[in-house]
Design a protein around this ligand. Structure first.
Ligand code: ADP
Ligand code: MG
Length: 748
């Protein structure tokens, strides 16, 4: 499948490498009129001025705002409310029911400070209106007692529960109501901002209000007025104004949609231009390697699936051109991407080019070394021996390069790669990028595993490109993360895609069972039976939160318990991201060789591990994972011929939990699960896994609906068709949006 779309090359980008494109940021395209450009620069300067320009914001408050990531006036405008309190639809207090999300307004009838059984301080505030009373309960914040004066009016919001047998909101959002100060322009909607200690909601509203009033109009609109009216979109300044001072929730939704569109459009235009620039460069045609490729395919111990064969053809056709390929090979875990990679390595080496295979971890690099050695052996590949850097038989030479190697060994590999005596280097991104310059690198294969998206690819090494802009390596990225079509159009606009959409024949699909936590004993008994009859098992412990440390601790505690109480007679290993890589490797290799029966781990095991004898996986806290990740994890089993089982232990309390866990038991199709996940949870995960520097760039896109994703793709195509380099005056603001996006990427 080729969604290739070619533009004449972008102004000023001819002959540049991917890395060098970043440096074009000073030559802003779209600077058609010096006057317009001057105005824009002045507006930008005003927007980039520090927040202290705002009335009432001094250095002290500026420091507090800084904690929210708000430094400039532009930041302040973009610091939008995360929700709104709807004062126009207040619930009478007497009518609220447990389970409801409510906003209530009432007067303080009583304030008590007490202690829980365990001695924690609790402040209980009784709020009343003419219809009834409700308790607001605050744990561990004794100082709040002084904030509530009897008779004073407050707005409170949150989920109604029962506490001491009465309706209550535990840890509500709360705010004193000051007569006449609210909702002057808010139509009853009061914005609630992401806040920080020492800054009241009221203060944030006031600062945002004055930023909106004096500066919003300077933001300008990246979309030409024609396009805006054709698509019925609000302007960018109006959209931000509306976020801070909304007339209605519908208007907020329209504004969010518009702001998401701007982010997605910037991404689209940037990645398509990046692609056009890359396509303007030259690469080595690998057509001469077609016989070597054919020999490799013949020597495989299996027949290719028809999907593998099709992907090989698609990739080979690209490699035969003298333009650098940028292609993504997507295939579910176990679909046989490695064989496809091996065929391309054979083609490249057969044509006299060097290949680098980059893996995200040392573990995976070692696995590729083992597999590729086996696959390429019949073509006469031999391993590089640092002590004897000249090959013995004159066949192609394969080398491994990972961090744990001695410096002298690394240097030997690097020297041989630079001299051209090594044909294939397999190692981790970091190590190869740091150490190796190639004599004639023609193909880079990146095993991306669960990372994905154009933003990560922007960070890929393009080693070789700087050295010889007239011979840039072809790039093949392998990913096991299926991505829904609508998202692929937006997130993969910089690459072509080949998809292996069937598993090799003879696989028994993994059987997936969802169990309640109360059924855990059954699950453990089942695992024991499987292990006693010769199998091995994975136990995966949940993402507790975003922190590696806490995850590692959970896995460590569980490992202890399983090893000493549940399976004292079995060999139980532990693997987590906080271990040193040598430790991890040791554990993995004992698991692979069968010295460990049960491997307890965090999600690190997700990354491409292949142990065919492991036929059972138990995932604890399964409801905490997204479908994509559950599916990735599940792919670790079902790699051999024995029937594999995946046990999901989790409850259905969280949003969509039941739907997600059921979907897992229903299908093994990664793409179908990804589509379902997109429906259930939105595209947040796809942006959420970005490096922190990039996440901010997609604060609105994270919640974007499919229609906005599509619109961004369509508009980008239309705009570039008319004006590939964004040089027309009406595209000047768009060009500067793209330029600042590019700057942000280069900085992140
Ligand atoms: P992926 O990297 O896509 O997860 P692998 O390349 O590791 O998958 O392949 C998984 C297993 O399937 C390997 O043991 C591989 O040798 C085997 N395999 C690959 N292609 C085929 C095929 N066409 N027929 C049978 N087995 C295959
Ligand atoms: Mg693989």
């Amino acid at each position: 499948m080729s969604n290739r779309r070619r533009h004449p090359s972008v102004a000023g980008s001819e002959g540049l490498t991917l890395t060098a494109i970043r440096d074009t940021r000073t030559t802003r395209p779209g600077a058609a009129s010096p006057v317009a450009d001057g105005v824009r620069r002045r507006d930008d300067a005003a927007l980039d001025a520090p927040v202290t320009e705002i009335d009432g914001v001094g250095p002290k408050i500026a420091l507090k705002l800084e904690r929210l990531g708000v430094l400039s006036i532009r930041d302040l405008l973009l610091h939008v409310p995360h929700r709104y309190r709807d004062l126009s639809r207040l619930e009478p207090i007497g009518r609220v029911r447990p389970g409801q999300e409510v906003t209530l307004v009432g007067a303080v009838a009583a304030v008590r400070r007490q202690r829980t059984k365990s001695g924690k301080p609790v402040v209980v505030v009784e709020i009343a209106d003419s219809s009834g009373k409700i308790l607001c309960v605050f744990f561990n914040q004794p100082w709040l007692e002084k904030q509530f004066r009897i008779g004073q009016s407050f707005a409170v919001g949150g989920r109604v529960e029962r506490w001491s047998g009465r309706p209550a909101i535990v840890g509500p959002e709360w705010e004193p109501l000051v007569e006449g100060s609210e909702s002057a322009h808010s139509g009853g909607l009061v914005p609630i901002y992401p806040a920080t200690e020492g800054l009241s909601q009221r203060a944030l509203r006031r600062y945002a209000g004055s930023a909106v009033q004096s500066y919003a109009h300077l933001l300008g609109d990246p979309l030409p007025p024609g396009t805006r009216s054709e698509e019925g979109l609000p302007s960018r300044p109006d959209s931000l104004r509306c976020m801070h001072q909304p007339a209605s929730l519908e208007a907020v939704a329209r504004a969010r949609r518009r702001l998401a569109l701007d982010e997605l459009l910037a991404l689209q235009l940037w990645s398509r231009r990046k692609r056009a620039a890359r396509e303007a460069l030259l690469a080595k045609s690998l057509a001469a390697g077609s016989q070597a490729q054919a020999r490799l395919i013949d020597s495989l111990p299996f027949d290719l699936s028809s999907a593998q064969a099709r992907c090989i053809d698609e990739i080979a056709a690209d490699l035969d051109r003298d333009r650098p390929m940028s292609r993504l090979l997507q295939g579910d875990v176990g679909s046989g991407k490695t064989a496809v990679a091996a065929a391309m390595i054979a083609r490249c080496v057969g044509a006299g080019g060097q290949v680098a295979v980059l893996a995200p971890t040392a573990l995976l690099a070692e696995q590729h070394v083992t597999t590729l050695k086996r696959m390429l052996g019949p073509l006469g590949f031999e391993s590089f021996v640092p002590e004897y850097p000249m090959p013995m038989k004159g066949g192609p030479v394969l080398a491994r390069l990972v961090g744990s190697m001695r410096p002298a060994e690394k240097a030997a590999v690097a020297n041989a790669a630079a001299a051209g005596t090594i044909d294939l280097v397999i190692g981790t991104h970091a190590v190869i990028q740091e150490h190796v310059r190639f004599a004639s690198l023609a193909l880079v294969i990146v095993d991306e595993q669960h990372r994905f998206g154009v933003m990560q690819r922007a960070e890929l090494p393009t080693r070789g490109a700087e050295a010889s802009p007239d011979s840039v390596p072809h790039l093949l990225i392998m990913t096991a993360t299926p991505i829904p079509r609508t998202l692929a159009l937006v997130l993969n606009a910089d690459v072509d895609q080949s998809i292996i959409d069937e598993l090799p024949p003879g696989r028994t699909p993994v059987k997936t069972v969802w169990l309640q936590p109360s059924e855990r004993q059954r699950a453990l008994a089942y695992v024991r039976r499987r292990v006693e009859s010769g199998g091995q098992a994975y136990f995966v412990y949940p993402l507790i939160d975003e922190s590696d440390t806490i995850d590692a601790r959970a896995a460590t505690v569980e490992h202890e318990r399983l090893a000493s109480e549940v399976f004292p007679d079995l060999r139980v290993g532990l693997l987590h991201g906080r271990m040193r890589s040598a430790e991890k490797d040791a554990v993995m290799s004992s698991f692979r060789t069968g010295l460990v029966d049960v491997l307890v781990s965090t999600t690190v095991v997700e990354v491409g591990v292949d142990v065919p004898n492991a036929t059972v996986m138990l995932i604890e806290g399964a409801e905490r994972f997204g479908l994509a990740q559950l599916h990735q994890l599940r792919g670790r089993v079902g790699r051999g011929t024995a029937e594999s089982v995946c046990l999901l232990v989790g409850d259905a309390r969280g949003a969509n939990s039941a739907e997600r866990l059921e979907a897992m038991t229903r299908t093994n199709d990664g793409l179908e699960l990804a589509e379902r996940d997109l429906e259930l949870r939105g595209p947040g995960d796809y942006f959420g896994t970005l490096q922190s520097g990039h996440v901010e760039r997609f604060r609105f896109a994270r919640d974007a609906r499919t229609d906005v994703l599509k619109l961004a793709g369509r508009l980008a195509s239309e705009i570039l068709e008319r004006d590939p380099a964004l040089l027309k005056p009406e595209h000047a603001p768009l060009a500067s949006l793209v330029a600042s996006f590019e700057e942000g990427v280069a900085r992140a």
